[in-house]
Design a protein around this ligand. Structure first.
Ligand code: ZN
Length: 332
């Protein structure tokens, strides 16, 4: 059942890729209510229904940040070939979200948790995602000299001031990067179009060719990615996203590694302190999020590493538990 747990192979390959929206820069809002209203007031923005309870979320208790957290990609007529213009928008774990899927699912950000380093234990949440919106963007690929229509998703995050050290780092601009986490109930291969549910076997592309280039039947070079979510055709023959196929559940403050390669090479020693906490969690706590961890997608490679460490730790404990039980049977 751990099919959805992205394996280590893609992380190794990811080391050579330029970062895109892998780590999103945030911006502290000085006058949150007005700043956010201003940010959401433009004609071209799609979601305008602001339902933030500003009396509960006030500046005495929270620090507010705005962050462009995820971008979609333009897909071709068949629904899964990613427009080469959008290749840099595939994240470093090989995940991407098509325009229809992002449009159908971005609202699930609202009410999500604000964590540190993707440590997704509700008691360790540092705040809330208050609002989300998408705006159409003409993404320009400078290398190809071409443009594509995509969407950027912006979120409004409230971090509780009682986490004093964290908030002072945010306020001073020392901590500026956020990364999102989502659950994908369905994914689709961007090379062969295979749609996979939780228990389905990967196609060879998702298994072994993530982030590698391939040439399609028309001689166009594209990148193999795992499209989160799934689409179907409406009565007019347009692709629409399945709103249940992806759930965005959190946005985490993450350290910006000076050199990502170093992080990948020095697995545990370079792991952020907050993430290392995972190793000290009691088993029941780890267990309660395990089901979800297997379906998790996070935007940055370090976040993915944290999830993998959690899963490894859980497996280790299970093995230990089993061997101690076996010993007990033999030795009483
Ligand atoms: Zn495939």
């Amino acid at each position: 059942m751990n099919r959805r747990c992205t394996s280590g192979s893609c992380m190794v390959k990811a080391a050579g890729r330029p970062a895109s929206l892998d780590l999103s820069l945030s911006q502290v809002l000085v006058d949150p209510m007005n700043d956010w209203r201003h940010l959401t007031a433009g004609r071209v923005r799609i979601a305008r229904d602001i339902k933030v309870d500003w009396s509960q979320f006030n500046q005495d208790k929270f620090i507010f940040s705005h962050c462009t957290i995820v971008s979609s990609v333009n897909v071709e007529e068949n629904g899964y070939y990613i427009d080469p213009v959008c290749s840099p928008l595939i994240n470093n774990n090989g995940n991407a979200w098509s325009n229809p899927v992002l449009l159908a699912t971005f609202r699930t950000f609202v009410g999500g948790e604000n964590y540190l380093e993707h440590v997704q234990i509700p008691e360790l949440s540092k705040g809330k995602i208050l609002d989300a919106l998408v705006r159409p963007i003409k993404y320009k690929n400078v290398k190809l000299g071409k443009e594509a229509n995509v969407y950027y998703c912006d979120i409004l995050v409230a971090t509780e001031r009682r986490h004093g050290k964290l908030c002072s780092r945010i306020a001073s601009g020392e901590l500026t990067t956020m990364s999102m986490g989502c659950l994908a109930n369905w994914v689709q291969c961007s090379r062969c179009g295979l749609v996979l549910g939780d228990d389905d076997e990967n196609c060879e592309h998702i298994d072994r060719q993530m982030l590698q280039a391939f040439t399609d039947e028309n001689g166009i070079e594209r990148v193999v990615a795992e499209l989160c979510g799934r689409v179907s055709k409406d009565v007019n023959g347009s692709w629409i996203g399945d709103p249940e196929s992806v759930r965005f559940i959190e946005a985490s403050w993450v350290e910006r590694p000076a050199f990502e390669g170093a992080v990948l090479n020095h697995f545990l020693s370079e792991m952020p302190k907050a993430a290392a906490e995972i190793l000290s969690f009691p088993t029941y706590k780890l267990e309660q999020t395990m089901e979800e961890l297997f379906r998790m997608r996070v935007a940055d490679t370090r976040g993915m590493m944290v999830l993998r460490v959690a899963i490894e730790e859980m497996n280790r404990r299970k093995r230990e538990d089993m061997s101690s039980r076996v010993l007990k049977t033999f030795w009483g």
